[in-house]
Design a protein around this ligand. Structure first.
Ligand code: ADP
Ligand code: ADP
Length: 221
């Protein structure tokens, strides 16, 4: 369960203050596939960053896995992010000088785990996204849809309970986008992974359980 209560976030620069989120209330039950929509600048990335412990709210409370995030110290935040959360981005964020399987192994480097075990888990994750046959390729040898599948494998290799996806189909054509949605839907139904996905695409949003709309940092539905 992800529970945000009266969460506000303001960004201050020398001269201006931007209110990116205003008294937002949102609960995401375990196992939900939730989409978030809204115009550019309405606070979607800010919301994902707060759920992902990348950023802190200015006001309000965030409860993850039954505990207020403010009770986490720095190392607990790092461990929680590594073990419980998987991140997927519009622009993939793969490392071009590493092979596909080495990219997928990256989150496991923070764990006490031997190289063979890491490799086994990475190959399992690649199999789940249908890319076993590309393990020794490099990212620049892949299509956009394949790159995003590698990024999903990297997000799930540590078996997270929650996936946070920021426009995962935004750089893909509708066919490849559909494939990515199929993979996310299967992760949600087969493994019970909670997924929060920002999207601009109504068709993608309709494939999820629930849609929350933001406008100017406020929930409008
Ligand atoms: P979205 O993801 O919906 O496009 P964001 O969450 O990125 O929206 O941004 C919400 C608002 O907060 C925007 O007005 C944006 O300009 C502002 N903002 C986001 N990040 C920062 C930052 N680091 N510093 C200052 N303003 C920011
Ligand atoms: P965009 O969707 O505009 O391409 P990104 O997906 O690159 O944006 O990034 C979305 C947010 O996630 C940004 O606030 C960025 O700082 C953060 N971010 C990007 N890469 C990582 C990462 N590897 N780990 C944690 N946070 C990241």
């Amino acid at each position: 369960m992800i529970e945000l209560t009266n969460v506000s976030k303001s960004y201050r620069t020398d001269t201006i203050e931007t209110l990116a989120l205003q008294r937002l209330n949102l609960s995401v039950p375990d196992g939900e596939f939730l989409s978030i929509m809204g115009p550019s600048g309405c606070g979607k990335s800010t919301l994902l960053n707060i759920m992902g412990l990348i950023d802190e709210p200015s006001e309000g409370s965030v409860v993850l896995a039954g505990q207020p995030v403010t009770s986490y110290n720095g190392s607990k935040v790092a461990r929680f992010r590594n073990e419980q959360l998987g991140f997927i981005f519009q622009s993939f964020h793969l490392i071009n000088d590493l092979s596909v399987v080495d990219n997928v192994e990256l989150p496991l480097l923070y764990r006490k785990m031997g190289g063979k075990e890491r490799r086994r888990l990475a190959l399992d994750a690649l199999e789940r996204v249908g890319l076993s046959n590309r393990a020794t390729h490099f990212p620049n040898q892949l299509s956009g849809g394949q790159k995003q599948r590698v990024a999903i494998a990297r997000a799930i290799v540590g078996r997270p309970n929650i996936i946070l996806a920021d426009e995962p189909t935004g750089n893909l054509d509708s066919h490849m986008g559909g494939e990515i949605m199929d993979i996310l839907t299967r992760l949600n139904t087969d493994l019970g992974t909670t997924i929060v996905m920002v999207t601009h695409d109504e068709r993608m949003a309709r494939m999820t359980h629930r849609l929350v709309r933001l406008s100017d940092g406020e929930r409008v539905s």
